[in-house]
Each structure stands twice: as structure tokens, then as C-alpha cells.
Design a protein around this ligand. Structure first.
Ligand code: PEP
Length: 255
């Protein structure tokens, strides 16, 4: 299948940055810069910013997402937000399994899978993050780690639900460090993930499946990373906090 038939998705992950008024101002600044992009544009923002962000993005090509979601429908889970709450609030996207959740908040492959199930059942679109830490890359087990994370997260997911899932391959050693994977490294692991999807769901599904790279992608390195055959977009942390840098990445994906 021609890579050009997969529409790239450029998604920002603001992490714990921007108050509601700052979110509004940044999206107002971004809107004209990304208008008419030939890729999907998503900004995942802190829960408290969701309403302000959606209001600011209304009528534009920017879609808004949350950065996490709980797996339970409701109940005694202080501080958590359910998939149904996001759905009713009109939030279309959610990031699940980001390495910072895995590293600092006890996220496991099993809780990632539970969140994926809840988000799919609520009709949300998921950006599912997988990736190896540096010691795993040095041990030569990147493929095993990424495949295990992916396979567990997708356990029980039906082929017809795959259209609501994007996988972001994010080598943990490249997130927020300024150290980007080389285009070849990024493509190699994105291809490993696509081959796994083919084994699990068939080649046609794998050919259509969107796989992003994430990890210090910026305006200077985006074009080369996004040109790789198996890289269909990017999940962008730091560079999504600056309108001009984020817009340059969106432009690089739109060729
Ligand atoms: C991320 O938060 O998913 C990310 C890739 O961050 P950064 O672009 O800052 O490395």
C-alpha cells in the first residue's frame, strides 16, 4: 500500500502545561498557522483546559484530546476521569499509556489495556503510546518490549475497532531529552509494530493503520522522520507548546 494513502496525524501532548487562558491564547495563535493542513491535527491538553481548548478550536481543523482516562465507568476513584465523561464533554481523542504515566504513576500494560477497552467502548479515538527505555534498547530487546506492550494493550480489540486506535512509538530515551531516534531507528520500530498488526489483524488492516513516532520531534527533524515509510505522523511534546514550531511540523506532514 502506498504510504500516501495513510493520512498523517500530528498530535501535540501539552503534558502539565498551560492554564485555560493560556490554552485559549495558544490555540488562537495556532489556528491560522495550521489551517488547511493536509493531515489531521490534534492537541491533547490537561483536563482542566479541555473546555477552553475545544471552544478556541471550534470551527478549525484542530481536534482536542485528553492525556489520560480511567477504565472504570464511575465510582470511588478520586481525581480520575471516565471515558464517558470525556465523551459527553465532546472530547474526541485521548492519549493512553504515555511513558510518563508508566514511569511516575504506576501505569502497567494491564491498566493500559483496561483504559483502551473503556475508551473504545465510549467511542473515543485513542493514541496508544508504546516504547522501550534506554536499558532495553541497549540489551537489544526493543522489539520484544514494544510488541509485548502493543499486544497486551490490544488484547480483546476487534479488527473493526482498530480505526479508532493510533499507536505512537515513543522511545522513552528520546522523550523530552532532545535526543531523537534516527529516522531509520524510528522507521524500524514502526515497521515492527505494523508487522505485528498484520499478524494479529491481517495485512489490509496493517496497511491502513496509523503509527506515529514521538520523541523530541521538532521543526528541524520532522520532515525526515515523517518521510519514513512506516511513520504516519508524530506525537509532539515540547514543540507543541510553541505555535510556530508545531505549525512547522504540521506543514512537514502535509507534503
Ligand atoms: C511526548 O510527550 O509524547 C513527547 C514526545 O515529548 P517530546 O516531544 O518533548 O520529546
Amino acid at each position: 500500500m502506498d504510504k500516501a494513502l495513510r493520512r498523517p496525524v500530528i498530535a501535540g501532548n501539552w503534558k502539565m502545561n498551560n492554564t485555560p487562558s493560556q490554552a485559549k491564547a495558544l490555540i488562537e495563535e495556532m489556528k491560522p498557522l495550521v489551517a488547511g493542513a493536509d493531515c489531521d491535527v490534534v492537541l491533547c491538553v490537561p483536563y482542566i483546559d479541555l473546555y477552553a481548548a475545544m471552544e478556541a478550536a471550534e470551527g478549525s481543523n484542530i481536534k482536542i484530546g485528553a492525556e489520560n482516562v480511567h477504565w472504570a465507568e464511575k465510582g470511588a476513584f478520586t481525581g480520575e476521569v471516565s471515558a464517558q465523561m470525556l465523551k459527553e464533554a465532546g472530547v474526541p481523542y485521548v492519549i493512553i499509556g504515555h511513558s510518563e504515566r508508566r514511569q511516575y504513576f504506576g501505569e502497567t500494560d494491564v491498566t493500559v489495556r483496561n483504559r483502551v477497552r473503556a475508551a473504545l467502548d465510549a467511542g473515543l479515538k485513542i493514541i496508544l503510546c508504546v516504547g522501550e527505555v534506554l536499558s532495553e534498547r541497549k540489551l537489544g530487546i526493543t522489539s520484544e518490549v514494544v510488541c509485548a506492550q502493543t499486544e497486551i494493550a490490544l488484547a480483546g480489540v476487534k479488527a473493526e475497532e482498530l480505526k479508532n486506535i493510533i499507536i505512537a512509538y515513543e522511545p522513552v530515551w528520546a522523550i523530552g531529552t532532545g535526543e531523537t531516534a534516527t529516522p531509520e531507528q524510528a522507521n524500524e520500530v514502526c515497521k515492527i509494530i505494523r508487522d505485528l498488526i498484520a499478524r494479529l489483524y491481517g495485512k489490509d488492516e496493517a496497511d491502513r493503520f496509523i503509527i506515529q513516532y514521538g520523541g523530541s520531534m521538532n521543526d528541524a527533524n520532522a520532515a525526515e522522520l515523517l518521510a519514513q515509510y512506516d511513520v504516519d505522523g508524530g506525537l509532539i511534546g515540547g514543540a507543541s507548546l510553541k505555535a510556530d514550531k508545531f505549525a512547522a511540523i504540521v506543514k512537514a506532514a502535509s507534503v
